[in-house]
Design a protein around this ligand. Structure first.
Ligand code: NAP
Length: 300
C-alpha cells in the first residue's frame, strides 16, 4: 500500500485490519488527550485506512517505547508531556526548529530513521494568522519560558518579531533568549522577570501578548498571569495558549477592555494538522479537526 491508498469502507466502518496504518501519541498521563479523536475524525473524513492510538508511556520506558515505534512499524508518533525534551536524544535526526526549541512533538519515520520535528511553532503561527493577526515584525510580549514558550519564541523570532520574554524565573527567560539569539543573530529579544513594572513597561508598545504559562487553566480558572492593577494595552492582540477553558480569565478581561483575544485551540489544531501532513502527505481537513476538538472542549 502507498500512503495514499484508502480502505473502501474506512469512513463508514472505521475498523482496524492488517492493512491499517498506525500512528499515535505517547505521553503520561495520556487519558485527556484530544489528539486521537481529532486525527481519527480526519482519517474517517478522508476515507483513509489509518488509526491514531494513545500510548501511556512512563518516563523510564521512553527509550523502549521509541525502539518500539521502529520495531512495530508505526507510521509516526506525536509526543506530549512530559517527554518532548527527552526525545531529542532518541532521534536519528532533528529539524532545525526542534533542535533550537529543544523539544520534539512529532516523529516522522523516514526509512529506518526517526526524525524529530516540532510542529508547535508552525501551529502557533498558523493559528495567529488565521485569527487575522500578521506577526511579521510585530512587538510581542510573551509570559512564560517553559516548553510551549520555547516553540512560540522560536516562531515569533523567525518572523522578525521584537520579542520580550517575561518569566517567573527570570534566568529561564534569559536562557531562552540566549538560545534563540544563538540560532538567529538578527533576533531582537529582551528577557526578564514577570513583574508588574516589567508588564507595564512592555505593554506601552506591545502589539501582541502571548500567555505561555498554565495560569488560568482548568481547574484553576480564577488565576491569570496578568495582575488586575496593570491595565491591558489598548489595541494589543492576546493569544492565550490554554484551550481548557475556551475562555480564560485573561481572555475575558482583555475582551471586557475592548481588546481581541484567542485561546490555544487553533494552535492545537494546526500543530496536529502539520503532523498529519508530514505523516500522510495529504492536506489535512482542518474544519474536521476543529469540529472534533470543539465536540470535546466546547465552544466554536
Ligand atoms: P511548562 O514547560 O511547565 O512551563 C510553564 C511556564 O509557566 C514556565 O515558564 C513557568 O515559570 C510558568 N509558570 C508556571 N506556574 C506559574 C505561576 N504560578 N506563576 C507564574 N508563572 C508560572 O509548561 P508548557 O508545556 O510550556 O505549557 C504552558 C501552557 O501552554 C499550558 O497551559 C499548556 O496547556 C499550554 N500549551 C498549549 C498548547 C496548544 O497547542 N495550545 C501546546 C503546548 C502547551 P517558571 O519557569 O518560573 O517555572
Amino acid at each position: 500500500m502507498t500512503h495514499n491508498d484508502t480502505h473502501p469502507q474506512a469512513a463508514e466502518h472505521p475498523t482496524v485490519t492488517g492493512h491499517t496504518r498506525i500512528v499515535g501519541v505517547i505521553g503520561w498521563p495520556i487519558e485527556h488527550t484530544v489528539s486521537p479523536p481529532m486525527h481519527n475524525a480526519a482519517f474517517a473524513a478522508l476515507g483513509m485506512d489509518w488509526c491514531y492510538v494513545p500510548f501511556p508511556v512512563r518516563s523510564e520506558r521512553l527509550a523502549e517505547a521509541i525502539a518500539g515505534v521502529r520495531g512495530l512499524g508505526l507510521c509516526g508518533i506525536n509526543v506530549t508531556v512530559p517527554h518532548k525534551q527527552a526525545m531529542l536524544a532518541l532521534m536519528d535526526d532533528l529539524t532545525p526548529a526542534a533542535r533550537t526549541i529543544g523539544a520534539v512533538n512529532t516523529v516522522l519515520i523516514e526509512g529506518d530513521r526517526l526524525v524529530g520535528h516540532n510542529t508547535d511553532a508552525g501551529g502557533f503561527l498558523r493559528a495567529l494568522r488565521e485569527a487575522g493577526f500578521a506577526p511579521e515584525g510585530c512587538r510581542a510580549v510573551m509570559l512564560g519560558a517553559g516548553g510551549a514558550a520555547r516553540a512560540v519564541g522560536y516562531a515569533l523570532v523567525d518572523v522578525g518579531a521584537h520579542l520580550t520574554i517575561l518569566n517567573r524565573s527570570p534566568e529561564r527567560a534569559v536562557a531562552l533568549a540566549t538560545d534563540l539569539h544563538a540560532a538567529n543573530e538578527n533576533a531582537i529579544i529582551d528577557a526578564g522577570a514577570l513583574t508588574q513594572s516589567a508588564l507595564r513597561r512592555a505593554s506601552e508598545t506591545t502589539q501582541l501578548i502571548v500567555n505561555a504559562t498554565p495560569l488560568g487553566m482548568w481547574p484553576h480558572v480564577d488565576a491569570s498571569p496578568w495582575p488586575d492593577d496593570v491595565e491591558y494595552p489598548a489595541g494589543a492582540f492576546t493569544f492565550d495558549l490554554i484551550y481548557n477553558p475556551r475562555e480564560t480569565l485573561l481572555m475575558r478581561r482583555v475582551r471586557e477592555a475592548g481588546g481581541e483575544a484567542i485561546d490555544g485551540l487553533g494552535m492545537l489544531v494546526h500543530q496536529g494538522a502539520e503532523a498529519f501532513a508530514l505523516w500522510t502527505g495529504q492536506e489535512p481537513p482542518t474544519d474536521v479537526l476543529y469540529r472534533a476538538c470543539t465536540a470535546i472542549l466546547g465552544g466554536k
